[in-house]
Design a protein around this ligand. Structure first.
Ligand code: BGC
Length: 444
C-alpha cells in the first residue's frame, strides 16, 4: 500500500542526506577560485586544509549530536542542523578572509556530520519494518544526488563572469537548506523517542499516521515493551555486556564502507581518469556517467533490499566491488592502464557500491542498535565512518605516490575480502523485522 504521508516525512529528512552530499562535494569547484591571489592566495597546505577541514567538522557533528538528540528529540536536532546549514552556507559564501572561510566550513561540517547521523536514525525510527530499508536507502539516493548536482551546479556557475563564482557555488545551497528547514517544521517527532519520554498518546498518533490505525497499537505496545524495563542508556554502556558485540559490528560496518575505497573514487576520480590519458574536458561527461550509474544501482538496491535482505546485498556487493578493484589493481601492475578500460572497471565498482555498502550500511546503522541507547551508538558508529573517510581520502595521494596504483588498489581489494568474511560470519538478517524484534535477537 502507498503511504504518501510517510514518503513526505522521509523526503523531508532525506534533504539532510542531499545537503550532506552537496556540501562535501561543492568544494571541488570552489577551490580553484579561492586559491588565486585575487581571492585568498593559498599555498598547497592551505588548499588541502580548505578541502578537508569539513571532515573535522563532520566528526565533531556526529559526536555532538548524540546526547542532545536523546535529550531534546530527533526533530529539534534536525531543525538545529537545518539552521546550521543555512548559517554556514551564508558564512562561507560571504567570508572575506581565509580564516572566516575555514571556520564556516567547519561549521558546515558539523551540520553534515549531524545530518548524516540524524537522518537515517530518524527515518529508521519512524518507518514501519516493510518500508524501512527502502526509505533509509532513499536517503542514500539523496546523498548521491547532492554529490552529482554539486558538480553540475559548479559547472554551470563556473562560466559566470567574475571572481565571485565560488560565492555563488556555495551560496546556492541556501535553497535546499531553506527547504530543509521549512519541511522539517511539519514532520512529527520520532515515535520511539516519544515513548521514551512518556508521551505515548502522541506516539500512537504518529504511528497511526505513518503506519495506519490497524498496526499502530501493536507497534506501540512493542516499543513500550522494549523500553519499559530499561532506563535510558549512557555512552559508557556501549561496550558493556551484549551491547559490546553489536557496537563492534556497527563500527566495523561503518569502517568497511570507507576502507573499501569509495571516497578515493568520489573525490579523486577526475584525477584518476586524467592519469589514464582521458582529458580534463571529459570530466563532466565522466561525472555524469558516475551519477547515472549511482542512481540506477541505488534504485535497484531500493527495489531489492526488502526482498533479498541486507546480508545478501552486502555479500554480493563486497564480491563485486572486490573484483573490479582487483581489475584496477591488475591494470596498474601490468601497465594496461588505458582510459576506457579503467573507466569501465571504476563504474563496475561504483555500481556494486551503490547496490550494497552505500545504502545498506546506513540502513543497518539505523536499525541494529537498541532503542534505549540508539542515539549514542549511531553517533559513535558514524563518527568512526567519518574518521575512516578522513584517513582513506587523506592517505590516498601519499599511497599512490609511494606504493603506486597497483598496491594501493590491492589494499582496498583486500578490505573487500575482509568485509565479505565479516558479513558472512557476524551479520544477522534484519529485513522485515521491527526494531524491537531486531533488538531481541541482538541483545536478548
Ligand atoms: C558514504 C559516503 C560517500 C557516498 C557516495 C555514502 O554512503 O557514506 O562516504 O561519499 O556514499 O555517494
Amino acid at each position: 500500500m502507498m503511504r504518501p504521508y510517510l514518503i513526505l516525512v522521509c523526503f523531508a529528512a532525506a534533504i539532510g542526506g542531499f545537503l550532506f552530499g552537496f556540501d562535501t562535494s561543492v568544494i571541488s569547484g570552489v577551490v580553484e577560485f579561492i586559491e588565486t591571489p585575487q581571492v585568498f592566495g593559498l599555498d598547497e597546505i592551505q588548499k588541502g586544509w580548505a578541502v578537508s577541514c569539513i571532515i573535522i567538522g563532520c566528526m565533531l557533528g556526529c559526536v555532538l549530536t548524540g546526547k542532545p538528540s536523546q535529550l531534546f528529540g530527533r526533530k529539534k536536532m534536525l531543525l538545529i542542523t537545518a539552521f546550521l546549514f543555512l548559517f554556514s552556507t551564508l558564512g562561507c559564501a560571504l567570508s572575506d578572509s581565509f580564516t572566516a572561510f575555514i571556520i564556516y566550513r567547519i561549521l558546515a561540517g558539523v551540520a553534515v556530520g549531524s545530518a548524516s547521523m540524524l537522518a537515517p536514525m530518524y527515518i529508521s525510527e519512524i518507518t514501519p519494518p516493510e518500508w524501512r530499508g527502502k526509505m533509509v536507502s532513499f536517503n542514500q539516493l539523496a546523498t548521491f544526488t547532492g554529490q552529482a548536482l554539486a558538480f553540475v551546479s559548479n559547472n554551470i556557475l563556473y562560466k559566470v563572469d567574475g571572481t565571485d563564482n565560488w560565492r555563488y557555488m556555495l551560496g546556492i545551497m541556501i535553497v535546499p537548506s531553506g527547504l530543509f528547514l521549512i519541511f522539517l517544521l511539519f514532520v512529527p517527532e520520532s515515535p520511539r523517542w516519544l515513548v521514551q519520554n512518556n508521551r505515548k498518546g502522541k506516539a500512537l498518533d504518529v504511528l497511526t499516521r505513518v503506519n495506519g490505525a490497524g498496526n499502530a497499537q501493536s507497534e506501540l505496545e512493542e516499543i513500550i515493551d522494549s523500553l519499559e524495563k530499561t532506563v535510558v542508556g549512557k555512552f559508557s554502556e556501549l561496550f558493556r555486556g551484549k551491547m559490546k558485540k553489536v557496537m563492534i559490528i556497527g563500527i566495523l560496518l561503518a569502517i568497511f564502507q570507507q576502507v573499501t575505497g569509495i571516497n578515493v573514487i568520489m573525490y579523486y576520480a577526475p584525477a584518476i581518469f586524467k592519469s589514464t590519458g582521458l582529458g580534463n574536458e571529459s570530466a563532466l561527461f565522466q561525472t555524469m556517467i558516475m551519477g547515472l550509474v549511482n542512481l540506477t544501482f541505488t534504485v535497484i538496491s531500493i527495489l531489492l533490499i526488502e526482498r533479498l535482505g541486507r546480508r545478501l546485498l552486502m555479500l554480493i556487493g563486497s564480491v563485486g566491488m572486490g573484483v573490479f578493484l582487483a581489475a584496477v589493481s591488475i591494470a596498474y601492475f601490468t601497465g594496461h592502464f588505458n582510459g576506457i578500460i579503467v573507466l569501465v572497471f571504476i563504474m563496475g565498482y561504483l555500481a556494486f557500491f551503490a547496490l550494497s555498502l552505500g545504502p545498506v550500511v546506513w540502513v543497518l546503522i539505523g536499525e541494529i542498535f537498541p532503542n534505549r541507547i540508539r542515539s549514542h551508538a549511531v553517533s559513535l558508529a558514524v563518527f568512526c565512518l567519518w574518521t575512516a573517510n578522513f584517513l582513506v581520502s587523506f592517505s590516498f595521494p601519499f599511497l599512490l605516490s609511494h606504493l603506486k596504483g597497483g598496491f594501493t588498489f590491492l589494499i582496498y581489494t583486500i578490505m573487500c575480502v575482509l568485509c565479505f568474511i565479516f558479513v558472512l560470519q557476524y551479520l544477522v538478517e534484519t529485513k522485515g523485522k521491527t526494531l524491537e524484534q531486531i533488538e531481541k535477537e541482538m541483545i536478548g
